[in-house]
Design a protein around this ligand. Structure first.
Ligand code: GTQ
Ligand code: FE2
Length: 354
């Protein structure tokens, strides 16, 4: 006691004093562009994933009428791409649905052309409405129908057109938040609005997606198949379901694969198609990849982190990284999904859990 009292007299507040010394030190090192790690350690090396991304659903009724309305305001040619961005409610103005992925709904009206360009960002398109519009990718036209899944790989030239008599709408998902995070974006705009198509329509699917490969096909980190049609994929999940091959969390699910390697269709994004049987009550699941779902058929709910998202045909919903979710389907339903899982796996950071 006497010692403490003596200390206090000689130095009124050693605690205050050390704090003041630390603060003075922090200001001095800030001038030399340095900062103490110990002040931020727990927030930069977090024990669990931290995300600003919120679970959310975009109902197709709203999306379709607003996208149609945008058709009266701007042409595809003027807009370059007439797309309404699906912005995560917690990230307005950041052009993203999760921290790593962009999503938007694009419309091409009859007779319109969206001019040819290419960029480092990879894209997937998932067709929601219309039939007979095409996307020309790497010299091949892929005519699209609802439920079709089309990829545009890194630096692949692409333009879209609609020779049909109905508007076509699709969901675009691109990885440009990732490309921009690395500050590695390039793009090129071609003088000709449409690219010369050098291959026959459907060549990529018949060459690479038929159980054979042109001899000497090199290994590649993106799929050589451009269009994965619903007509070919749906019967597979239906047969899986009939034979009882149903995952307790995901339903009867296939993963779209690169036929050369068995790996994901793109190095940054992977996609799945799942059928949920009538009355499905999925077990809870979580993983570090933020996932975008589209309801292709049926209706149901997905409970994400305690929040119930209701979905029906063509609704889009997002599940943030590491948030626990479980699907419920009172009717037989089909869900398409896309996420940044391959990018995380390539870096060795992807995890899943219950
Ligand atoms: O269709 O090429 O939604 O380049 C965003 C960027 C679509 C496209 C988007 C794009 C495209
Ligand atoms: Fe593009």
């Amino acid at each position: 006691m006497a010692v403490a009292a003596a200390t206090q007299t000689s130095s009124p507040s050693p605690k205050h004093n050390i704090e003041a010394m630390r603060e003075a030190f922090y200001s001095r090192i800030a001038k030399k562009d340095m900062a103490p790690l110990w002040k931020v350690m727990r927030s930069v090396v977090t024990n669990e994933p931290v995300t600003r991304c919120q679970p959310h659903v975009w109902r197709y009724g709203d999306v379709k009428s607003l996208v149609m309305e945008s058709g009266g305001l701007i042409t595809a040619e003027e807009a370059e791409r007439r797309v309404l961005i699906l912005e995560n409610p917690a990230m307005h103005g950041e052009s993203r649905i999760t921290n790593t992925l962009f999503a938007g709904v694009q419309m091409i009206m009859p007779g319109e052309v969206a001019p040819a360009h290419r960029h480092v960002s990879s894209a997937i398109r998932f067709v929601l409405d219309g039939e007979g519009a095409y996307t020309a990718v790497e010299g091949e036209k892929a005519f699209m129908a609802p439920g079709d899944f089309v990829i545009t790989a890194n630096w692949a030239p692409h333009d879209h057109g609609n020779p049909s008599d109905k508007p076509m709408l699709w969901l675009d998902v691109l990885d440009f938040p990732v490309v921009n995070f690395y500050e590695a974006s390039f793009a090129e705009h071609f003088d000709d609005a449409t690219q010369a198509t050098t291959r026959k329509d459907g060549d990529s699917l018949s060459f690479y997606g038929s159980g054979v490969l042109p001899d000497g096909t090199p290994t590649m980190n993106r799929s050589p198949v451009i269009n994965y049609t619903y007509a070919r994929t749906r019967p597979i999940i239906e047969r899986m379901m009939q034979s009882g091959d149903i995952d307790k969390r995901h339903g009867a699910r296939v993963r779209y694969a690169n036929p050369v390697t068995g790996g994901p269709v793109l190095p940054t994004m992977s996609a799945c198609l799942a059928m949920l049987p009538k009355g499905f009550q999925g077990e809870p699941y979580r993983a570090t990849d933020g996932t975008i779902f589209v309801c292709v058929e049926g209706e149901g709910t997905t409970t994400v982190d305690g929040k119930v998202l209701e979905w029906g045909k063509n609704d889009v919903f997002v599940v943030p990284p590491w948030k626990r979710y479980a699907h419920n389907a009172p009717k037989q339903s089909v869900l398409f999904s896309i996420s940044d899982r391959p990018a995380q796996e390539a870096l060795g950071i992807w995890r899943e859990g219950k």
